[in-house]
Design a protein around this ligand. Sequence first.
Ligand code: APR
Length: 243
Amino acid sequence: MSRPIISPSGPIVVLTGAGISQESGLDTFRCAGGVWSRVRLEDVATPDGFRRDPALVQEFYNDRRRGLTEAHIQPNPAHHALARLEREWPGGVLLVTQNIDDLHERAGSTHLVHMHGELLKVRCLRCGEIGHWAEDVTTDTPCPHCHRPGGVRPHVVWFGEMPLEMDRIGAALDDCALFVSIGTSGHVYPAAGFVSAVRQRGLAHTVELNLDPSDGASMFNEAQYGPASEIVPIFVDELLGSI
Ligand code: APR
């Protein structure tokens, strides 16, 4: 389907998922060999799992944090293209990511919501402070703010918890002229419902860029399939070329 002309003054919302970081060397969740084929999400990504075995949960995130800070894990052309879109699109771009990695920031995106939290942050269950954290965490790690031990948890949103900044995201979805979903399987709500929320308003064009059709593929006005590092830069070039 051909793309309508998107007014350069129209705001854009981009949603990203694990697929955009796959070519940077980070595993997706539901692809073959993905994270949830190796470990039960009930054990490591729920409040109950954390209550049952906090050491197991901390070790799961310690592993992922160590992996993220390895030298070869770098933003790929898809992350860079979205940072360029933010810099050059006159109508403004809000990037909403389900990813807890920091590859969008490293590529230069600043107008960014981490709706599922951030791997390089911890939160204290006692004082509530959130702080940057790049080291391992144990069940005894003292909070860097209140110094009490044993209350530090990953600043990530687990299943059954409320994603972050939903009001800001909802307002941006209400206003956008273009909604683009990249590298997400459409399995997890509320993100999986963003496209239908935008479609109900009927005023925005919706695009899926993914390796293969997501669960919600039929909801989008337009879709392109292939590796994010190839199709996202082309999409961004076309969009900026239309101004
Ligand atoms: N380029 C583009 N898309 C890709 C690529 C790639 N190189 N590799 C994989 N994909 C696509 C897959 O086809 C799949 O549709 O990315 C999607 C990844 O889906 P998931 O693994 O389910 O990841 P995501 O949608 O981000 O998961 C949502 O689930 O467990 C939670 O909290 C976790 O934020 C995560 C949420």
